[in-house]
Design a protein around this ligand. Structure first.
Ligand code: FAD
Length: 428
C-alpha cells in the first residue's frame, strides 16, 4: 500500500526549473501549498519578485492530502459567531465562505485549470436520528446566506448513498469537488509562468522582523527580505514564533481503495456526491474523479511516524458505512495535518512584515484561493483585500506553543460525545 496520497500519484507536476535563493529577496513565500501558490501568483502578477520555499516536496502539505471537497462551510454557527462578533459581522463571516467558493469556481474556469472541478453536491448524513435537528438548523443557516440546502428524510438517503448507516441527512446541491493534486499542478504551472522561483526541501527558520527588513534562514542560507508570506497551515513549525503560537495542528487520515468497476462505485454514490457524517470525529468520503475508487478520510489519534497504525480504525469506519466493501483492498493510505485556530476561523492579514493566510480548520480548498488573493492585495496595499475575517483577532492562549499532547484525550472525549444523545452535530 502506498503511504503517499492518490492525488500526488495522479497530479503530474510540471518540470521545476532549478532555482536558488539570494541573500536579498523581495518576497519569500514559506509553503508551496494552495495558500503560498495563490498568494505568490497575485504578487508576481503585480510585479513583485517572489520565491517560494518548502521544507518538503512541492505541495508537501495538506494541499495534496485533502478530500478535494469544495464547500462554503465556516465553523461556529450563527449563535456563537453573533455572540462574539455581533450579528452583522457573523453573517459577513459566513458569507465569506460562499464568496470563497464562487471565487474558486471562477478562478478555475478563467485560468483553464483542468482539475475535475464538479458541482456534484454534498450530503451530510445523520449518524443518529437526534442529529437531524442540528442538520435542520445548519440547513436554515445555509439558506439564509444564499446556499441551497434540503433536509432529506431516512427513506430518501439512498438517492445519495447506498448505506443503512444514516437516519436522514442534508443535501447541499451547490457544493462541489475537485482533484486537489491537479489543482495544485495547475497553480504551479501558472506561478512558474509569472517567473516565480520554487525551491523544495528548503526549510525556513529563525524568522525575525526588523524595522527595515525581515530576516530568515532558508535551509543554511541567511536571507534578508522585504516581506514574508506564511502559507504553512497545519504544517506550521517554530520558524515564526508569532505564527506558531496561533495555529493548532490536528491529524487526519485518508485512504483510497483499489480500482473498482465504475458500476460498483456509482452504486455506492448514485449522484457522485461528497459525503460527511455528523460526528465530532467526522468521517468524509467520496468517489474519486475517475469514478473507480472510494476515498475516505477520518479524524484519528495519529501516530505520525506510523500512519499504518491508524488504518484499523479508518477501515472500520469505512465498513460501518459500506459493509459491502469487506473484500475490497486499500491501495493508498496517508495522513495530513489540518491547521486549526482558537477562533475556529481562518485568518488573513499582515503582521509587521509577515503576511499570513492560515488556519483553515479543515475547509481550505476554496478558502485558500480567496484568502491568497486577499493577502496579496493587502500586502500590495491594493483595494479589494478586505474579507469577513478582518476584524476577528488572531488569538493565542497562555502557554500555547504548538503543543500536541492534548489531541488524544480530546478525540477520546469526542468519541464518547458522538455516542450520546444530542441535537448538535460536529458539522458547521
Ligand atoms: C486529510 C485532510 C483532508 C482535508 N480535506 C479537505 C477537504 O475535503 N476540503 C477542504 O476544503 N479542505 C480540506 N482540508 C484542508 C485543506 O487541505 C487545507 O486547508 C489547505 O490545503 C491548506 O493549504 P495551505 O497551502 O495553507 O497549507 P499546506 O498545503 O498544508 O502547505 C503548507 C506547506 O508549508 C510547508 N512548511 C511548513 N513549515 C515550513 C517551513 N518552516 N519552511 C518551509 N516550508 C514549510 C509544508 O511543508 C507544506 O508544504 C483537508 C486537510 C487535510 C489534512
Amino acid at each position: 500500500m502506498s503511504e503517499d496520497s492518490l492525488w500526488r500519484a495522479e497530479m503530474a507536476l510540471p518540470e521545476i526549473p532549478q532555482a536558488s535563493i539570494n541573500a536579498r529577496e523581495d518576497i519569500v513565500v514559506v509553503g508551496s501549498g494552495f495558500s503560498g501558490l495563490h498568494t505568490a501568483l497575485h504578487l508576481a502578477r503585480a510585479g513583485r519578485d517572489v520565491v517560494i520555499i518548502d521544507a518538503g516536496r512541492i505541495g508537501e502539505g495538506c494541499s495534496t492530502r485533502n478530500g478535494g471537497q469544495v464547500s462554503s462551510e465556516i465553523h461556529g454557527g450563527i449563535e456563537r459567531l453573533s455572540a462574539q462578533y455581533g450579528e452583522d459581522q457573523a453573517l459577513e463571516i459566513l458569507r465569506t465562505g460562499v464568496r470563497a467558493h464562487q471565487y474558486l469556481r471562477c478562478f478555475v474556469a478563467e485560468e483553464g485549470i483542468e482539475c475535475d472541478y464538479q458541482i456534484c453536491g454534498h450530503f451530510i448524513g445523520a449518524h443518529r436520528a437526534d442529529r437531524m435537528a442540528g442538520l435542520e438548523e445548519f440547513g436554515s443557516l445555509q439558506r439564509l446566506i444564499g446556499t441551497q440546502a434540503e433536509l432529506i428524510p431516512a427513506d430518501r438517503v439512498g438517492e445519495f448513498i447506498s448505506t443503512e448507516h444514516f437516519a436522514g441527512g442534508l443535501h447541499l446541491p451547490d457544493w462541489a469537488s475537485v482533484h486537489p493534486g491537479r489543482l495544485l499542478a495547475g497553480l504551479v504551472k501558472r506561478v512558474l509562468k509569472e517567473g516565480v522561483r520554487i525551491i523544495p526541501h528548503t526549510r525556513a527558520s529563525q524568522i525575525e522582523d526588523h524595522d527595515d527588513h525581515i530576516s530568515l534562514m532558508a535551509g543554511d542560507k541567511a536571507v534578508r527580505a522585504e516581506q514574508i508570506v506564511m502559507g504553512t497551515d497545519g504544517y506550521t513549525d517554530g520558524a515564526s514564533k508569532w505564527v506558531q503560537r496561533r495555529v493548532v495542528s490536528l491529524a487526519s487520515f485518508v485512504m483510497a481503495t483499489e480500482l473498482m468497476p465504475k458500476t460498483s462505485v456509482s452504486a455506492l454514490y448514485p449522484r457522485a456526491s461528497m459525503i460527511y457524517d455528523t460526528r465530532k470525529n467526522i468521517s468524509y468520503h467520496r468517489p474519486t474523479p475517475d469514478g473507480r475508487r472510494v476515498l475516505m478520510g477520518t479524524v484519528v489519534p495519529l501516530d505520525v511516524d506510523n500512519p499504518g497504525g491508524s488504518l484499523l480504525r479508518a477501515r472500520s469506519n469505512m465498513l460501518r458505512v459500506f459493509p459491502q466493501l469487506e473484500e475490497v483492498s486499500l491501495e493508498y493510505a496517508w495522513s495530513g495535518w489540518v491547521g486549526a485556530t482558537f477562533s475556529r476561523l481562518p485568518h488573513v492579514g499582515v503582521h509587521g512584515r509577515i503576511g499570513y493566510a492560515i488556519g483553515y480548520n479543515g475547509t481550505g480548498v476554496a478558502m485558500t484561493a480567496y484568502l491568497g488573493r486577499a493577502l496579496a492585495r493587502k500586502m500590495l496595499g491594493h483595494a479589494g483585500g478586505e474579507t469577513g475575517f478582518d476584524h476577528v483577532p488572531f488569538q493565542t492562549k497562555p502557554f500555547f506553543r504548538g503543543q500536541t499532547w492534548y489531541r488524544r484525550p480530546v478525540l477520546a472525549l469526542h468519541d464518547v460525545q458522538d455516542r450520546l444523545p444530542s441535537s448538535k452535530t460536529g458539522f458547521g
